[in-house]
Design a binder for this molecule. Structure first.
Ligand SMILES: NC(=O)C1=CN([C@@H]2O[C@H](COP(=O)(O)OP(=O)(O)OC[C@H]3O[C@@H](n4cnc5c(N)ncnc54)[C@H](OP(=O)(O)O)[C@@H]3O)[C@@H](O)[C@H]2O)C=CC1
Ligand SMILES: CC(C)(CO)C(=O)C(=O)O
Length: 307
């Protein structure tokens, strides 16, 4: 199977690297400057699950190539529009589009660009970041990628994808209800990234405080109330499940949003917290914690814009 990864960043480089390690035919679509760097340095992964260094197959948007069988989209949400334009020449009638971004709003954007049929559902749990020298640093044992047909069907193409992903060092999980899994991850990450970015620390010190525990719980309940009101396909006890997940994570765990803020980079606040805040307004729900967190993130974005 010919696999194209859009973006050799923290997650694209990581999961793409694990597929290369297994022997799959993987190409990375990168921008010209990144191509130049990667041709010199190779792609380097430093990981809890084993280091890896290799010379990746690289293309840029202006190169010629046949369509790929599957395209994994692993850019940030604010880079998606350009990424869609850049990847179009490599998408054919049978190409599957597998998005790995956090959030939900990107699904409609991808469906508009590529059509309902092509777009699968996907998400990942991995703590990964790019260091100053471009090394992908993956810092906790979990490295799971979940994917599936949004219809829930066991199609021939998803069977082929399963075969390609099988035997990889990272955990690739086929889901029969990827819509629900994506909403559950969306709930988790909106809470986790919002709270850690707001409090400017990893999750451990926050949840060690009684007030921290309370804020996490109430924020999750607030987010669930929005999701229930708009008819999102979430499970009844999901607030409690995600509360436990947050309590079970290692104390040092940070969110990618918080790491982006530490690196003074843009955030996905509009895509994650902003989208749900918009929905809360539509259905007239009061969501004070979400409003406080979103305000903090917008103030950060405004400071960045003037610098
Ligand atoms: N990091 C993490 O631990 C996790 C992240 N996620 C989610 O995954 C998504 C990606 O995050 P992450 O990997 O951290 O982000 P990164 O910034 O590390 O990676 C994004 C990559 O996409 C590349 N890119 C952007 N636009 C294009 C384009 N048009 N053509 C080619 N390459 C492009 C960027 O390249 P360039 O350097 O040229 O800008 C960059 O290398 C986000 O939605 C995030 O929320 C989900 C789970 C965990
Ligand atoms: C919390 C984590 C690392 C879990 O995968 C994540 O998804 C993110 O920070 O974007």
């Amino acid at each position: 199977m010919k696999i194209l990864i859009v973006g050799a960043g923290a997650i694209g480089g990581y999961f793409g690297g694990r597929l290369v390690e297994k022997g799959e035919d993987v190409t990375f679509l990168v921008r010209a400057n990144k191509k130049e760097i990667l041709e010199k340095t190779g792609l380097n992964i430093r990981s809890k699950n084993g280091d890896l260094q290799f010379s990746p197959k690289l293309i840029t948007k202006s190169d010629n190539s046949k369509p790929f069988d599957v395209v994994l989209i692993s850019t940030k949400s604010y880079q998606l529009t350009t990424a869609i334009e850049d990847v179009q020449p490599f998408v054919g009638p049978e190409t599957m589009i597998l998005p790995l971004l956090n959030g939900i709003a990107h699904l409609q954007i991808l469906i508009r660009a590529f059509g309902e049929e092509k777009v699968l559902g996907g998400l990942c749990f991995v703590e990964s970041t790019l260091s100053d020298d471009g090394t992908i640093v993956q810092t906790s044992p979990v490295h799971q990628l979940v994917y599936g047909e949004r219809t829930g069907q066991q199609t021939e193409r998803i069977g082929k994808l399963e075969l390609a992903f099988k035997g990889t060092k990272a955990e690739f999980v086929k889901s029969d209800d990827i819509n629900q899994d994506m909403w559950h991850k969306y709930l988790f990450i909106t809470a986790m990234s919002g709270i850690t970015s707001m409090m400017e620390t990893s999750i451990g010190p926050i949840r060690d405080l009684e007030t921290g525990q309370h804020v996490i719980r109430v924020f999750l309940e607030e987010l669930v109330a929005i999701m229930e009101k708009i008819g999102a396909p979430i499970a009844p006890a999901i607030a409690e499940t995600q509360f436990q997940r947050i309590n079970d994570m290692s104390a040092e765990m940070k969110s990618s949003m918080q790491r982006d803020i530490e690196k003074m980079q843009p955030t996905e606040a509009e895509h994650l917290q902003g989208y749900l805040l918009g929905k809360a307004k539509e259905v007239q729900l009061s969501v004070p914690i979400l409003e406080i967190i979103f305000t903090k993130l917008m103030l950060y974005e405004q400071r960045q814009a003037v610098q």
